[in-house]
Design a protein around this ligand. Structure first.
Ligand code: ZN
Length: 376
């Protein structure tokens, strides 16, 4: 007996034929996935495994804020079945790239469903001990913006086999959302006016700096891959579950690492304002001469104010970033007598031989670098 999903797929297949849309990969071919930057690329590989062929636009040590897409990027996007983006205005160059590439696949906004922090965090000198975010309340929507359903050409396939999978509950839950239209998803935010204010820079885009939010990223990616390639949905959700276990274990590890730091040495100076989510989760405060984008200008006043703060707060270490010029921070360290505590990875992985070749490595590296430098 055909399942609801099988019927839906049959209908989709007819639509595909009717509109002569491109035929998607069969389940034995890797899905072509494009991720805008290295962290998303790593997550996509973890969830997709051998079933995905991932192209990353902004590579290791690259600065996504100021990236300039190439013609090769436009080609990769035009051929992609799934495009994974961070959202929250992180990829300011994205819309032009999509227009240029005539992308018609499934776009995943990885941050969809998180509770974003405002770009102007405001309370830099205090620990963020406000209300616990109820991320579960928002887990139900997956940031898929489906340009068209033509990729779902598996209508002739019997999906009943998935019903036997242990993760069926979860899978079924996600399937219920597969036919949600875009508007239904956005309506989830209807109760919160702030979520409609997606003006440039309204929110801090660096949500991957929270391992809690990373779980939402992974959920969104798993849902999108399962939608495009339902035959392998069981594998995607198994991969997701194993990965989330690792994310949660690392989260606990970092909590333990940071718990030992004295109250007086929990303020951290970095180059740009990329660690508010990390600070929020672990009770650290981050201050930076530059705002949430590396595009923003640093004035002499900003630097002077930061130097005063470093002296006032007795901050002993400042941290440089893999994606940014370190000269300003070196000058600030010189002027204040603070030491360079190490290199943090705000928004790009290292190359394979560096300390942060994967997202998990990156988060662990940042946490241990901070804890070592801030420990008494
Ligand atoms: Zn950044």
């Amino acid at each position: 007996m055909p399942t609801r999903r099988a019927i839906l797929n049959s209908v989709t297949t007819l639509l595909v034929l009717a509109f002569a849309a491109p035929v998607a990969a069969h389940s034995d071919e890797a899905i072509r996935v494009v991720a805008t930057f290295s962290i998303l690329g790593d997550m996509a590989k973890r969830v997709g495994g051998e079933h995905v062929d991932v192209t990353t636009l902004v590579g290791p040590d690259g600065d996504t804020h100021v990236y300039q897409p190439t013609p090769a990027d436009a080609r990769a996007v035009s051929e992609a079945e799934v495009l994974i983006v961070n959202g929250l205005e992180f990829e300011g160059w994205l819309d032009r790239l999509i227009d240029a590439s005539e992308f018609d696949g499934v776009r995943v906004v990885a941050t969809h469903g998180i509770e974003p922090l405002p770009a102007e965090h405001g309370a830099h000198d205090e620990h963020m001990e406000d209300e616990e975010h109820d991320e579960h309340a928002e887990h139900d929507d997956h940031g898929m913006e489906t340009a068209a359903d033509e990729h779902d050409d598996h209508g002739d396939h019997d999906h009943a086999e998935h019903d036997d999978h242990a993760e069926d509950d979860e899978h079924a839950e996600h399937d219920d959302h597969a036919e949600d239209d875009e508007h239904a998803m956005h309506d989830d935010h209807a109760g919160d006016d702030d979520h409609h204010a997606h003006d440039h820079g309204a929110f801090d885009p660096h949500a991957w700096q929270s391992l809690r939010h990373a779980t939402v990223y992974v959920d969104n990616i798993a849902a999108a891959l399962s939608k495009v390639d339902p035959d392998n949905a069981g594998t995607y959700y198994q991969n997701r579950a194993a990965y989330v276990d690792e994310l949660e274990a690392l989260d606990a590890e970092i909590h333990e690492l940071v718990a030992g730091l004295p109250e007086g040495s929990r303020t951290v100076v970095t180059s740009h304002d990329a660690f508010q989510y990390f600070g929020h989760d672990y009770g650290l405060s981050f201050i930076a001469p530059q705002g949430v984008s590396t595009e923003s200008e640093v004035s002499a006043q900003d630097v002077a104010r930061l130097i005063l703060q470093i002296r006032d707060l007795g901050i002993r270490a400042v941290f440089i970033e893999n994606i940014a010029d370190s000269r300003l921070l070196e000058r600030i360290a010189d002027e204040t007598g603070a030491v360079i505590g190490g290199t943090l990875y705000p928004g790009a992985l290292s190359g394979p031989d560096g300390p942060a070749p994967t997202y998990l490595d990156m988060m662990r590296h940042n946490a241990t670098t901070l804890a070592q430098a801030l420990a008494p």
